[in-house]
Design a protein around this ligand. Structure first.
Ligand code: NAD
Ligand code: TDX
Length: 340
């Protein structure tokens, strides 16, 4: 198969590229990525050595760039990871999120329609469902849960999902969607909670926990998410949404304490700071549909996954130290300067 993976220089996209190249010697992978602050060619260094891999720098919302790429390639499947992905950044700059996450998705789908591409897969998120209350552990997000986005980020992802489903209904466009819970693992940009806490704890800096740390996230190891995406992109039914998650709910405080334990650092590093505006309380996924229909189940238990993740950050200091010393330093100072 000839795959186009957009956003393949970011966290989940790069893990997906490595999976395809390692498991399918007959497949070819093209990455289209704008290399925003969140994407890096350093992440793709091993893939760049592979003759079955091609990297193209470009913006998914730029119609000329996307059309030129499609004119020279014949893709069997397009998997769209490219997005602005950080909730906190969407609160200060929503416009960029609409451009990339909504218009970018439309531009890609138009190119696929014109080329007759057989499969478009949209990588979406459980955040489109809004949040669940803490006192109703029996409630989980199913594919039928109404969309109820809270942040400009999740509203942009929900908008893209609606557009994908509308293209399927209106044009018979062969698209699938996965909505996954929070991922963690290698190559995760250190603005997101788990890697942020790891790299700060290593430097004995305060760990900024929003509010009281009671918010619950449903964590899934990134490789399990990539396995689900590949399965749905190859075998999922067009027009269908599949929720992806591993029944692994933890409060933020529990996760931060686990990270500190793994690193042998004291809990006195924890610093409770001002809450995120509109902060979603709890996410929890019901993955019954993808399990029953496609046989997907997660393989990595949280304790094992977090241990592997912490080890990965210890062994890849150059990767994240370069990020911390670059453009990201300004964001970190602005975001956390007065908060911990
Ligand atoms: P990321 O921020 O690490 O990576 C995003 C990548 O997209 C980067 O390489 C960036 O350079 C690229 N990009 C951004 N704007 C672009 C544009 N206009 N054109 C081309 N490339 C562009 O994000 P991630 O965490 O890997 O998330 C990937 C996808 O998965 C996103 O769509 C996100 O909504 C979704 N998702 C993420 C999680 C999670 O926990 N991280 C969970 C569920 C779903
Ligand atoms: O400094 C922090 N302190 C803190 O307490 C940060 C960055 C986060 N948090 C909290 C907020 C959330 O409750 O930790 C939790 C996780 O935060 P993020 O890592 O920012 O993730 P979240 O907002 O849950 O969104 C993530 O999961 C769904 C991804 O970033 C999205 O791209 C994905 O769609």
């Amino acid at each position: 198969m000839n795959w186009l993976v957009t956003g393949g220089a970011g966290f989940i996209g790069s893990n997906f590229v490595f999976r395809l190249l390692a498991r399918h010697p007959e497949d070819r992978v093209v990455v289209l990525d704008a290399l925003t602050y969140a994407g890096s060619l350093e992440t793709l260094a091993s893939a760049l050595q592979d003759p079955r891999f091609r990297f193209v720098k470009g913006d998914i919302a730029d119609r000329d760039t996307v059309e030129a790429l499609f004119a020279g390639e014949d893709f069997d499947a397009v998997v769209n990871f490219a997005a602005e992905s950080h909730v906190d950044r969407s609160i200060s700059d929503p416009g960029l999120f609409l451009r990339t996450n909504v218009i970018g998705t439309q531009v890609l789908m138009d190119a696929c329609r014109a080329a007759g591409t057989k499969r478009f897969h949209q990588v979406s998120t459980d955040e489109v469902y809004g949040d669940l209350p803490l006192d109703r552990p029996d409630l989980l997000f199913t594919e039928e849960t109404p969309l109820h986005a809270s942040s400009p980020y999740s509203a942009s992802k929900a908008s893209a999902d609606l557009l994908v489903l509308a293209y399927h209904r209106t044009y018979g466009f062969p698209a699938t969607i996965t909505r996954c819970s929070n991922n963690y693992g290698p190559w995760h940009f250190p603005e997101k909670m788990i890697p942020l806490m790891i790299v700060r704890a290593l430097a004995d800096r305060p760990l900024p926990v929003y509010g009281r740390g009671e918010n619950v996230r449903d964590w899934l190891y990134v490789e399990d998410h990539c396995a689900a995406i590949e399965l749905v992109a190859r075998k999922g039914r067009p027009g269908e949404v599949y929720n992806v998650g591993g029944h692994n709910e933890r409060t933020n405080l529990q996760v931060v304490k686990t990270v500190l334990q793994e690193l042998g650092k004291p809990e006195s590093l924890i610093s409770f700071v001002k809450d995120r505006p509109g902060h979603d309380m709890r996410y929890a996924i019901d993955p019954a549909k993808i399990s029953a229909e496609l046989g997907w189940t997660p393989e990595t238990a949280f304790d094992d996954g977090i241990r592997r993740t912490v080890r990965w950050y210890l062994e890849h200091r150059t990767w994240w130290e370069r990020i911390l010393s670059g453009e990201y330093a300004k964001y970190d100072a602005k975001m956390y300067g007065g908060r911990g």
